[in-house]
Design a binder for this molecule. Structure first.
Ligand code: HEM
Length: 536
């Protein structure tokens, strides 16, 4: 007797029936999406409108994954400024359109995009509804206040100085200097600044002999896995998290470093939770600030506080490092602009010495932010670096929104991508060129116009909380690395190519397909020569 189906049909018949039924259901869903769905009349490729597998293919498989952002650009070239990029989402490429990010709209974040990618870590940046986001962001915003960041300034300066000292010792270590991965070095700087800010003491990535290449590679693995998880109903990340460490490490050695980071953060969060009051004279750290806040008890549990710390560190690392990589690579490829920057920094340092400033010509952030050309360099870096090539999707639940003649029904996921604005030739003339003078030499009105369209920090209620911290980090790093007191020189390698470091894969943050930015670091007086390799 057939145990599977006791009424005379064989197992293979059952299988065939199930397959047929599945195909009919899938076909009906596709037909609905193409004909009766509220987005059916929106322009875009039929395949993208039919199934999420189209996006999944570009995000997980095509050219190593993370390539849908490029495909979306192509769709706009073909279909115009509004495109249906998957069955439930429209993407708008129009710098003038901002409706979904307006505070009054109270848009939510689509969980399939954020929660499945970041995993079950209940932090501010993945809070789905506007109300939950506001609740969580309130106390975090207190911690990211200007006053608190100013208090932390000496630690940022110390991290930048530590990086410069390491580069100086690399320059002195061998005749002809050494090759150093600035991509890794900047990731260590950004991680130490972010962890120091969150917990009061940096984790010490800058002390790692190889600028912690292993950790940086592990971040890449984590976000790539997050992308796969997004397209597999969020199942992959919990599965990986539940694996025993030995198994995870066998699958990918990078997970060992991820585990180390997780353990370090766990002990920091637990320490702060157990000491909700800081020692007399020392300030509250981030976790203590959240514990002391008016958040309800359910928002002060270990998983919540751990998630918040994790998300802040993740948000601050790749983004800041990618921006610094962009600035350094552009300056090193452009001796004329590098000279102009150096002249400005040297003149400001000399003026500081003449004024009798205490730092021996070493400029602080307050002085640096007054330098117009340096400001132009930082702004061009923020404009061109593309650290978050990801679109930033939102859902407006309670009202339809309008774009030109299109009425976008409530509940639709709507997204825009910052880079579309940053690369728009109607706003930024010669948009691909690194032109600090477009800012420094512009009239105040022109500068205000440009600034309105500089949006590296996202938009609306979910704007980046770390913008000031990252800006300070960038000003200090660029000024110290390229300033008169650096004590070393950096040069591109002869076979350097943009592909080495320019973001190629979008795994929320941008990742290059190449080896990163490698430079030869020599003493200030050395110009030629070959040295040993370090840092990668
Ligand atoms: C150049 C450096 C940086 C860039 C370009 C950047 C960019 C962004 C963007 C675009 C968002 C919005 C994401 C979204 O809408 O889903 C964001 C959010 C956020 N960023 Fe940054 N970020 C940078 C540095 C930092 C740093 C250094 C920190 C902290 C150490 C940080 C902490 C955060 C947090 C906590 C959020 C979530 C805010 C919220 O949801 O309310 N970021 N960032």
């Amino acid at each position: 007797m057939n145990l599977l189906w006791p009424y005379g049909l064989s197992g293979s018949y059952i299988f065939a029936y199930l397959l047929l039924i599945s195909c009919l259901v899938a076909l009906s869903v596709v037909l609905y999406r193409l004909t009766l769905h509220p987005l059916a009349r929106f322009p875009g490729p039929v395949l993208a409108a039919s199934t999420g597998l189209y996006e999944a293919y570009y995000q997980c498989i095509k050219d190593g994954g993370g390539r849908y952002w490029v495909e979306i650009k192509k769709m706009h070239q073909r279909y115009g400024p509004i495109v249906r990029i998957n069955p439930w989402e429209v993407h708008i490429a129009d710098p003038g359109w901002n409706a979904v990010y307006k505070y009054s709209v109270r848009a939510s974040k689509p969980p399939w995009f954020y929660f499945r990618f970041f995993g079950k870590f209940p932090s501010t940046n993945v809070a789905e509804s506007h109300a939950l986001h506001q609740l969580r962001r309130g106390p975090l915003q207190v911690y990211f206040s200007s006053a608190n960041i100013q208090r932390y300034m000496p630690t940022i300066v110390a991290q930048v100085d530590k990086l410069c000292a390491r580069l100086r010792s690399s320059a002195a270590a061998a005749e002809g200097g050494r090759v150093v991965s600035l991509s890794d070095a900047f990731r260590c700087l950004a991680t130490d600044v972010a962890t120091g800010f969150a917990f009061g003491a940096p984790f010490g990535h800058l002390d790692e002999p190889t600028f912690d290449r292993e950790f940086n590679l592990s971040v890449r693995t984590v976000v790539k896995t997050g992308t796969w998880s997004r397209h597999t109903f969020g199942l992959l990340l919990p599965l990986l998290h539940s694996l025993p460490e030995s198994v995870a490490k066998k699958m990918n050695p990078a997970f060992g470093r991820v585990k180390w980071m997780k353990d370090t953060m766990t002990s920091c969060v637990k320490r702060s939770m157990n000491k909700p009051e800081p020692a007399p004279g020392s300030p509250y750290d981030m976790v203590q600030t959240l514990v002391a806040s008016a958040l309800p008890p359910a928002e002060k549990t270990f998983p919540r506080l751990f998630s918040e710390a994790r998300s802040v560190i993740m948000a601050g690392t790749e983004t800041t490092a990618t921006t610094l990589v962009c600035i350094a690579s552009r300056l090193l490829a452009d001796p004329v602009r590098l000279r102009r920057l150096r002249r400005e920094l040297a003149a400001a340092a000399a003026a500081e010495v003449a004024k009798g400033g205490g730092g021996g010509g070493e400029l602080g952030y307050a002085e640096l932010r007054e330098l117009p050309y340096l400001a132009g360099v930082i702004n061009e870096g923020l404009r061109l670096a593309n650290p978050t090539p990801s679109r930033l999707p939102r859902v407006c639940e309670d009202q339809d929104l309008r774009y030109k003649q299109w009425v976008i029904p409530r509940g639709t996921t709507i997204s825009t991508t910052t880079q579309d604005t940053h690369h728009d030739a109607r706003i930024f003339e010669r948009p691909r060129a690194f032109l600090p003078e477009r800012w420094s030499d512009a009239s105040p009105e022109e500068r205000r116009r440009l600034r309105r369209h500089l949006q590296p920090w996202g938009r609306g209620a979910r704007l980046c909380l770390g913008a000031e911290l990252a800006t300070i980090d960038a000003y200090l790093a660029v000024a110290r690395l390229f300033g008169p007191g650096a004590g070393f020189e950096m040069r591109h390698l002869p076979d350097a190519a943009d592909d080495d470091w320019v973001p190629y894969h979008e795994w929320f943050a941008g990742f290059p397909r190449g080896r990163g930015l490698l430079v030869r670091v020599t003493g200030s007086e050395e110009v030629d020569g070959r040295g040993k390799e370090e840092g990668f």
